[in-house]
Design a binder for this molecule. Structure first.
Ligand SMILES: Cc1ncc(COP(=O)(O)O)c(C=O)c1O
Length: 376
């Protein structure tokens, strides 16, 4: 099956004749004593038909063998780190979702996990950061918020030489534009809150594994999912599956819009720099072309002339676009990332991040034009 067909059909439950899947709200399921250890539904924290349907569909879309759904992207990231020994070392990126960085700095470092932060656009920095106890290399590509591109294949090779796992947060690229498992990565993570949900109304996260990690890492994740209990509700799974059906169509439109906006901004005299991987001025354009297919995603960021105040004014001046955090929804959002990321933020303070929606691109561009003009 091809990806649009998978997105529509892979998660369908055929328990009743209803075309839209039923939501199974029951927390507990009838069983006979001889069935207690079998693979059937017993208790919703352990498994639920809606969650299983979502996990099956997401695993198929990413070309994986098994998926574990969580109540948020952060819960999925936490579960991945909880599979490690307390003495493990992680290699992170200098440009990464600030929640991932803060989780490791503020929570897991208290449990003995150590980490290094490197610029993953330079593969030699990843190699030099390896230690004997490196167990995980965490990649986000395109990265949040500067859209740096890391070479997944090259970094996965380094991870494997060191017997470490290479995990890719594929939230921004989506399963439509990038397939990390096919490039050699071990595990794919998504905040399903973003493009998979697509409507800014549901939180979720997922980890997807290939067949060869199903027993080793998969068993650990299964236990963590069940015992830590950060599972999505049946309704959240139903919402995510419903949205998944239109995700391939939405993200293609978002990527087309983003590309046109990037071209508009890169010729605007008030804009200092535009970060979008399709532009041939992007420093890792050639890597993006090699490892992304069909488009470069719906996220872009840009740096404005005049510094933080002008950037903040532009974000306040928008009329059609909404100033709000998060991304991946059908509506275009803008945000000043350094303010949101807090005092540890490495993000330039003249940078604005745009999550491009599915609106008519001329309207988005007109809104940006007037917002920039009024901020002068
Ligand atoms: C790239 C990336 N990964 C993970 C997360 C965390 O996901 P959630 O907000 O669903 O916990 C986010 C949230 O913005 C993100 O942008």
């Amino acid at each position: 099956m091809k990806e649009r067909t998978i997105a529509v059909h892979a998660g369908l439950l055929h328990q009743t004749p209803s075309v839209s899947p039923d939501i199974v709200l029951s927390t507990t399921f009838r069983y006979r004593s001889e069935e207690i250890s079998s693979n059937r539904y017993i208790y919703t924290r352990a498994n639920n038909p809606n969650r299983q349907a979502l996990e099956t569909a997401l695993a198929k879309l990413e070309g994986g063998s098994i998926a574990f759904a969580f109540a948020s992207g952060m819960a999925a990231i936490s579960a991945m780190i909880q599979t490690l020994e307390p003495s493990a070392h992680i290699i992170l990126s200098d440009d990464v979702y600030h929640g991932t960085r803060d989780l490791i700095y503020d929570i897991f470092s208290n449990w003995g996990i150590t980490f290094s932060s490197v610029d993953k656009t330079d593969v030699s920095q990843v190699q030099s950061a390896l230690r004997d106890n490196t167990r995980l290399i965490w990649i986000e590509t395109p990265s949040n918020p500067s859209l740096k591109i890391a070479d997944i294949q090259a970094i996965a090779d380094i991870a494997h030489q060191a017997s470490a796992l290479c995990v890719v947060d594929n939230t921004w690229a989506t399963p439509i534009f990038q397939h990390p498992l096919a490039l050699g990565a071990d595990i794919v993570m998504h905040s399903t809150t973003k493009y998979i949900g697509g409507h800014s109304d549901v939180l979720g996260g997922v980890l997807i594994l290939p067949e060869h990690l199903k027993d080793s890492v998969g068993e650990k994740l299964h236990t963590i999912q069940h015992l830590m209990g950060a599972v999505p509700s049946p309704f959240d799974c139903w919402l995510l599956l419903r949205s998944l059906a239109t995700m391939p169509l939405r993200v293609r439109q978002q990527a087309q819009n983003a590309e046109q906006i990037a071209i508009f901004l890169s010729t605007h005299p008030q804009i200092e720099r535009v970060h979008y991987p399709s532009l041939d001025t992007h420093p890792q354009h050639h890597i993006a072309q090699k490892q992304m297919q069909d488009g470069f995603g719906g996220m872009l960021s840009f740096q404005v002339r005049g510094g933080k105040n002008v950037a903040a004014q532009i974000a306040n001046n928008v009329r059609l676009i909404t100033q709000a955090t998060s991304l991946g929804g059908v509506e275009t959002l803008i945000e000043h990332r350094a303010m949101v990321e807090g005092p540890r933020s490495p993000t330039p303070d003249n940078l604005l991040r745009l999550s491009v929606g599915i609106e008519d691109v001329e309207d988005i561009i007109a809104d940006l034009e007037q917002a920039i003009e009024r901020a002068k």
